[in-house]
Design a protein. Sequence first.
Length: 602
Amino acid sequence: MKKNKLLFLGTVGSFALPIISISCQNEKDLKIDDSKINTKYLSKLNLQQLATLHNFEPIFLNPENNKEQRYLGKITDISADNELVFESSLKYKTDLRLQPSWKQVETKYDNYKIEKIKHSNNNVLNDLFKEYDFENIKSAGGYSNQWFYFLAQNNKTTDYYRVLDPYFFDFQTIIFRLVHDIKTNNGLMNVNSLLNKNGLAYITRNIFNNNFIQASSWLNNESKKFRESFLNFLVLYLNKFDLKIKDIIVDWSKSKTQDNDFSNQSFISFKIKDIISFDNKSIVNDEIKEKTFYINGFRNYATEDKFGVGENGLGEKLPLFNDYVQNPYLKIKKDKNLDIGFDINSFIKGYNSIDYWNSRGLVYLFSKFKNRLELEVPHFYKEVDEKYQVIDVQFTNYYQTSQIIKLIIRVHNKNGKTKDYVLLSSNFDDHGHFLKALAIQLKPVESLGSVDYAIYRKDSPLNFAKISLNDFSNTNLFSSLIQKAINKTKTYIKGNEISEEYKAALLDIFSAHLNNYLLAYALETQESNLNSGIKKIELNSYVPNGNSAELNFGFYKFISPNDFNFINDEEKPYFELKINIDNLFSNKESSFQILSKGVKNE
């Protein structure tokens, strides 16, 4: 715990003078809880902001070392002598080197400029709450040059002096600035500046970057703590102007989500229900309560921009896992024997690479190795959540190109409860990767051009001819891809002794690469619908015979355009392939022979 010397000035009452006189002779050290924040960050605040921070995240420890009341109560006022006045009527004066307050002034050059002053008592609250038309809000998009251009045009005669990048005395602008600072790790929201003694950003643990969450999810019951934390920091920003605001109260049930035609972000519109001062008085009038304001920057999936799934938006029945855990990162566990990849980037290559994974290959691989897929429980969820478990891997058909897959994540709470979520592959990290598109021409990968893939093109619906699996199986390309899958599998072999357990894993590896190579082509599709063709190749039997083995594979179709499951009840193979492979589990060269193949179930 850091010690910050504050002068103890006593209680207000009939015994005030004796106590003050004693206290002036006997200074007490008031401790700041450095498991929450560091004093360097506190020195970035003015006195009202320091009070604001303590009121929503208590940091001043009770000097009486009271176990029942570890922290001093809320701050109700700041005296004329710069004393923090607590609920208990105790007064303390900090020796922290704090920042001056701000006041917005109009210069002789017709600029609004921020001046640094000791106290700002002349900021008129009504001047803060200007309402703007949503068309102008969404056109600017947030805290930007375009927004300040609009403000200057709106003011007609006054521009903004933006040297040193201050924010200005305007509620909507301050909302935009807070969202901007959270997104860009800037200003008072810079994570590196507010770390506690353990290197964690404790006081922002419930700040959810709008860029990672949908507006509708931010408004649901599960996100209450995110909304509260956002408003707390909004008050922190506002009190730079010495407004003595303790709380902003919003009835979120009356808020609305609004989309932006110009970008991949959404907005939330809201009205203020009340504003409470340090001394617990309402300081907002009915005129302000009728005004509408906007929070920007929420992720919108109904877009063709990064992370979007197309203009039709999401079609998921489960909530998004990344609306619960901010920006999750999927990792793949490895051991000394088997390394199938580290994260999603292990499967993303150039289009001329045969090892750029498509949905068929990756759904198969991840389904067979679900227990290796890991999502870390964030530090601030560890008191609530036990673990996150991948329970299923499924296809999607966003953009109708089958380039996004999804995981079903089961959240195990420490109280024994569970809840399921969905995580799209474009959210496996913060890069927004798409998997490889399927080829619609039977050519070797090095001969395929961009027009030979089922790629989404706006105003140009997919239109391609069916590729017959039976015809494909008669080509040299088909045989060469099987051999490449064998060769790729052998790169996983280490040493001469291979356990039966490892052989089983290698068979899954081989089958996954067979899926990735053979089903890189849109086979047996109907009416250019990728969710009507072959979705997987399963190893149905494995019969070893000395140095060789007989493997029987089944090729399975989607049972409907809305079939996204890896496994369906009573599924039957459309096509079967039986091959014999020599030396599959050794470092010797391998060859194979096709024993039989053909359509089994139309």
